[in-house]
Design a protein around this ligand. Structure first.
Ligand code: IMP
Ligand code: MG
Length: 181
């Protein structure tokens, strides 16, 4: 079904739908009717975000943020640059940052530190995927869809060179396609 650039399907459409529903129910239960501001990190989390928002019951606002991580591989500082800030203040709000994947941990470590300075009432992180074996900065998400091995994945919003975000399943990229950094 896919070309040779895809090694295999890792997570099917059904598995994604089921897990996103579970995460939505868990979040709805935890916040128990309190208002939540869900922050989508562009661009990778968009598809997950759209599904997750609809799986949460209650009082929800949405906002968007874009950061670029200078990948811990390219600079030692691993610093994160803000490309697009939130549209609304988050002071006093229950914020959940929704991310596609926690890899080295760099992006979320810095993003969380930055958002904390704005004094939200609470700040949590929900990531669709987690690759704990790749961590360079200690970071733990509060809600995780799936924990995966150290393989480069694409689809359901995740890209390789901005391509393949539209695949409806999470697929492992063939190692021949990319050079590990
Ligand atoms: P970090 O290393 O935890 O800062 O992750 C930064 C970003 O790298 C993630 O938000 C993704 O956009 C991207 N990324 C990491 N691993 C993968 C992958 O396997 N597929 C696609 N994107 C990835
Ligand atoms: Mg990302």
């Amino acid at each position: 079904m896919y070309g040779k650039e895809i090694k295999k399907v890792l997570i099917t459409k059904d598995q994604i739908a089921k897990r996103v529903q579970e995460l939505g129910e868990e979040i709805s239960r935890d916040y128990n009717g309190e208002p939540i501001t869900l922050v989508c990190t562009l661009r990778g989390a968009t598809l997950f975000f759209a599904d997750l928002v609809r799986a949460i019951e209650g009082d929800v606002e949405i906002d968007f943020i874009a950061c670029s991580s200078y990948g811990a591989g390219t600079t030692s500082s691993g610093e994160v640059k803000m490309l697009k800030d939130l549209s609304s203040p988050i002071e006093g709000k229950n914020v959940i940052v929704v991310e596609d994947i926690i890899d080295t941990g760099t992006t979320l470590f810095y993003l969380k530190k930055l958002l904390e300075t704005r004094k939200p009432k609470s700040l949590k992180v929900c990531s669709f995927l987690d690759k704990p074996s790749r961590r360079k900065v200690e970071f733990k998400g509060d809600y995780i869809g799936f924990e995966i091995e150290n393989e480069y994945v694409v689809g359901y919003g995740l890209d390789y060179n901005q391509k393949m975000r539209n695949l409806p399943e999470v697929c492992v990229l063939s190692p021949e396609v990319y050079a590990e950094d």
